[in-house]
Write a protein that binds this ligand. Structure first.
Ligand code: ATP
Ligand code: MG
Length: 570
């Protein structure tokens, strides 16, 4: 993989496509509105990163790199009830894996709790914030709707001193969770619900992974985010479209507080991927309720899952580049991600032979006990990748699907009396079909033509198919896991009903597979192409002598093809 595997600013700079965010940054630099572009990626550590986050990471780090600026990694760790150290560690690992480096610019919103608190007091002193004793339900009820204005809280006219006193006692832990909140005093009749006296602080009596028991109150996202941006000197605070309606509040806070810089927020369309749910809440439920084996289950759209499945980081970056950055939401076909994966793996993966569903083929005219070594190239487009030896012998395994006893017209592979080519080896002809008591085919018997060594007949006769094979004696037993989309429907329900949309056939485990000896000690995660099958990589569930392989992606887009067929059928 080598070079392709790292995304450093320099190389990316020339390849990067233009989009409206890059246009804005370019214009700001050209006009001197900003001297150095500073962006940030601000995950909340309440779950693992997914491919949607990758879009945001590539955008934030990409823009910073291309324009000679910097990108911060900032944990938005403002809600200790939901956040965990495991997630913090996983996020750092996954951003690095994707190929990005925040250098020394690792920050936490919790680093700013004291300053944020001070600003909240400033707002109280300016008459722009108040402590509200209404219950969470009352606050919700009085917020109004899109068509009706909200109602002022009975506590809205509290005096500054009383507000300061109560807010300080909230901090000191004198009140129960939910007993009071601090709200900005803006406008309960605003057309923008986010400006109807938004909550700035909540009482949450829970230990924080970084600040321990210091705090009993925690800032809301809206109060923490913009001010954290201002503290860090972020110039372009890039987020997804859901935050467009929050921008007036973002700007209001920046205007009314004595913050050290003036960041601006820009919104882009989040990534939605077909057959995939990119909601941390749903992903958490998938893990918690055991629908998948964990956050890194290879069916998960998390970066940890994609990595375990064998997807190289360069493929994800390529995908993100291809989909671009727009202002309108859309649904991207998961086939596009698979395209980028194939593109990448086709270049990097060494070719190997594996038989997923073995059927024995005995070559009756090949001497018992004899073996020979045949050369097989490691990569058809890369002579430097060299070659390896494959052992040929009397007893082979071929793919069960490559044989049909009563083949339809367009089936050109093995059938009784028919000759095919064994890849890198000889022409063979099927002579006899052996069955068990149940009538199932258990073995084929056939013959080979010694003159066709290497795959061509001196008499010029042709065969219509080339199939893969393994020598039965030295093939290594393996488990192969074939993955299909986790969700059956193209646009799965993101809410409570997601479980009904799960694809019952999202994984197929083949426990009788065989792989060539060279694969016995493949490295975990190293991509290989099983010839004619797809791209695979060794899974960490492997044990000595029994490797486990995950299918990263098939060779062709069989999924899209099946769907098209279904559609055509109506
Ligand atoms: P939640 O806030 O509900 O926990 P989230 O997916 O927004 O979920 P964050 O950790 O807040 O999670 O996300 C970090 C950053 O990634 C945010 O700036 C967010 O806008 C961005 N992001 C999240 N999901 C996507 C997506 N599907 N496409 C693009 N960017 C995304
Ligand atoms: Mg969020």
């Amino acid at each position: 993989m080598g070079q392709d595997d790292k995304a450093s600013g320099g190389a990316a700079a020339t390849e990067a496509g233009r989009d409206f965010i890059r246009d804005i940054v370019h214009a700001d630099l050209a006009a001197g509105r900003v001297k150095e572009v500073v962006t940030r990626f601000p995950p909340e550590p309440n779950g693992y990163l997914h491919i949607g986050h990758a879009k945001s990471i590539c955008l934030n780090f990409g823009v910073a790199g291309e324009f000679g600026g910097r990108c911060h990694l900032r944990f938005d760790d403002t809600n200790p009830a939901r956040e965990e150290q495991e997630y913090i560690d996983a996020i750092e690992r996954d951003v690095r894996w994707l190929g990005f480096d925040w250098g020394k610019h690792l920050y936490h919103a919790s680093d700013y709790f004291e300053r944020l608190y001070g600003w909240a007091e400033d707002l109280i002193r300016a008459g722009l914030a108040y402590v509200d004793d209404q219950s969470p339900d009352q606050i919700r009820e009085n917020r109004g709707t899109l068509t009706e204005p909200g109602k002022n809280s009975p506590y809205r006219e509290r005096g500054v001193e009383e507000n300061l006193d109560l807010f300080r006692r909230m901090r000191a832990g004198e009140f129960e969770n939910g007993a009071r909140v601090l709200r900005a005093r803006i406008d309960m009749a605003s057309g923008n619900i986010n400006l109807r006296d938004p909550v700035l602080y909540r009482i949450i009596n829970a230990p924080h992974p970084r600040t321990g028991d210091t705090w009993k109150i925690y800032p809301s996202y809206d109060f923490a985010h913009g001010q954290s941006d201002a503290i860090e000197g972020i110039t372009h605070s890039i987020c997804t479209l859901e935050f467009e309606d929050h921008r007036p509040l973002y700007d209001w806070l920046i205007e009314h507080l004595d913050v050290p810089s003036r960041p601006r927020q820009y919104e882009f369309a989040r990534l939605n991927l077909s057959h995939t749910v990119l909601s941390k809440r749903v992903l958490t439920l998938l893990v918690r309720d055991g629908h998948v084996s964990g956050w890194d289950d290879p069916r998960m759209p998390t970066l940890a899952g994609l990595r375990r499945r064998g997807v190289p980081p360069a493929a994800i970056r390529d995908f993100v580049k291809r989909i671009g950055v727009a202002k309108a939401n859309s649904l991207v076909d998961v086939g596009m991600l698979e395209f980028s994966i194939r593109e990448q793996l086709n270049r990097t993966a060494l070719r190997r032979m594996a038989v997923l569903r073995p059927l024995k083929l005995v070559i009756e005219n090949y001497p018992e006990g004899q073996t020979e070594e045949l050369d097989a190239v490691n990569h058809p487009d890369d002579p430097a990748a060299g070659s390896r030896k494959l052992t040929f012998s009397r007893e082979l395994f071929i793919e069960r699907d490559d044989f049909m006893e009563d083949p339809p017209k367009k089936f050109f592979r093995l059938a009784p009396g028919r000759e095919v080519r064994l890849r890198y080896a000889y022409f063979v002809t099927c002579r006899e079909v052996v069955r068990n008591a149940e009538g199932e085919v258990t073995e084929l018997r056939g013959s080979y033509d010694p003159a066709t060594k290497g795959g061509n007949a001196p008499d010029g006769r042709k065969v219509k198919a080339t199939i893969h094979w393994l020598s039965a004696a030295d093939a290594v037993p393996a488990e192969v896991r074939l993955y299909n989309p986790l969700f059956a429907s193209p646009d799965p329900a993101g809410g409570e009903s997601f479980a009904a949309d799960l694809n019952p056939a999202s994984v197929e485990v083949l426990s009788e597979a065989r792989v060539e000896p060279a694969l016995a000690d493949a490295r975990e995660g190293e991509p290989v192409q099983f010839e004619r099958q797809g791209y695979f990589c060794r899974d960490r569930d492997s044990s000595p002598g029994r490797p486990v392989f995950n299918r990263t992606v098939g060779l062709r887009d069989s999924f899209a093809r099946d769907l098209a067929k279904e559609k055509a059928r109506g």
